[in-house]
Design a protein around this ligand. Structure first.
Ligand code: 13P
Ligand code: SF4
Length: 352
């Protein structure tokens, strides 16, 4: 659907007025109407680095979700202000691990006598509180593009990893990339006493996976992979590692959003692809590659509803407010949380 020309003109005018003062970041899952105003686009890893590389921008407008804006605030200087055009753009996965629940989990691990062997590895898709917990306990952050390197680093520090909050990325990386077995993994359920695990299970496990998942990627099923293979002979199935293990196992290729984009850029004309990731990105890729057949892996799966909250009206309101000198929707992490979260993020940025 084309964007409202009046809103496009207003966004353009406000952005022009702000000039170098503003830097707009757009995650790949954002709407086209928003992406057209992004100074850079990327996956969560690239955007974290891009935010840190813009010290001259007074305002960082983050078109993505809350945890990404928090990470940008942590990685930018105190002078810079990070803005999320709609404060309701959260992430259901990040919400699956609260600071209290994670502190309780650490008590369970301590009581089982395993905490000393555990290195926390937290997915970027987590709140600043969880990142701070990770930093306090000597762990690292990871994204879907460096999860393997993060786990290699973590297993060089300790015998066990507490991976949170996405059980699927944790399991897929451990089994696909690290040669572990499914039996090496246990799932910690924060809604059950002791995480629903016995002391023996905690002692035997190498990967303790937090029971969280992405409400978009978690919905792709093995049936959809089988169905698309039947419907489109010769199709290559390419999915994001936030998908369930059975989906990832049945796919031809697995990778982060940046990986998916590069794989399709490199694919020969006439090739056929079924993509298991967010719909805005898949539609954009299909449009960008008219010489290839690119379909969405499962037609019953939808957009990420919170990513989609950032729309052109919110962006216009944000840019016009900033152009008038009014700072709206600032995301600010408190100093203590920032200190420890930054330690964990910097460890990630320093991974080989
Ligand atoms: P990446 O941007 O790291 O591929 O993660 C996907 C995602 O779900 C972001 O919310
Ligand atoms: Fe969160 Fe999934 Fe949406 Fe990413 S796609 S913001 S992980 S709910």
């Amino acid at each position: 659907e084309p964007s409202d020309p009046d809103l496009v003109a207003r966004a353009r005018a406000a952005k022009e007025k702000l000039g170098e003062k503003v830097f707009v970041l757009g995650h790949h899952y954002q709407r086209d109407e928003v992406i057209q105003f992004a100074d850079v686009t990327g996956d969560s890893f690239k955007l974290a680095r891009d935010a840190a590389a813009r010290p001259e921008a007074e305002y960082i407008v983050f078109c993505g979700v809350h945890f990404m804006a928090e990470s940008a605030d942590i990685l930018t200087s105190a002078r810079q202000r990070v803005i999320l055009p709609d404060l309701a753009a959260g992430c259901s996965m990040a919400d699956m691990a609260s600071a209290e629940q994670v502190a309780e989990c650490w008590d369970v691990l301590t009581e089982a006598g395993v905490a000393e062997q555990v290195v926390p590895v937290s997915y970027m898709n987590s709140s600043a509180d969880i990142k701070a917990f990770t930093g306090r306990h000597g762990g690292t952050i990871c994204t879907s593009s460096n999860a393997k390197r993060a786990l290699e680093w973590a297993f060089a520090q300790g015998e066990k990893v507490l991976f949170l909050p996405d059980q699927h990325l944790g399991r897929n990386t451990a089994v696909r990339d690290m040669g572990m077995s499914l039996d090496d993994c246990v799932v910690y359920n924060p809604h059950k006493p002791n995480g629903g695990l016995t002391t023996e299970q905690l002692r035997a496990a190498k990967m303790i996976l937090w029971r969280g998942h992405c409400s978009v990627h978690g919905r792709f099923s093995l049936d959809s992979v089988n169905e698309v293979r039947e419907r489109i002979p010769g199709v290559r199935v390419l999915v994001h590692p936030e998908c369930k293990h059975e989906v990832v196992s049945a796919a031809d290729e697995v990778g982060s959003t940046e990986y998916i984009i590069k794989a399709l850029d490199a694919a020969p004309a006439g090739s056929k692809w079924a993509i298991g990731t967010e719909l805005n990105l898949v539609r954009r890729l299909a449009k960008a590659h008219p010489d290839k057949e690119i379909v969405f892996l499962d037609r019953t799966v939808c957009f990420c509803s919170t990513m989609n909250r950032i729309d052109l009206p919110h962006l216009v309101w944000t840019l016009e407010s900033l152009a008038e000198g009014k700072v709206v929707n600032r995301i600010e992490v408190d100093a203590e949380t920032e200190f420890f979260a930054k330690a964990a993020l910097e460890r990630m940025l320093a991974l080989p």
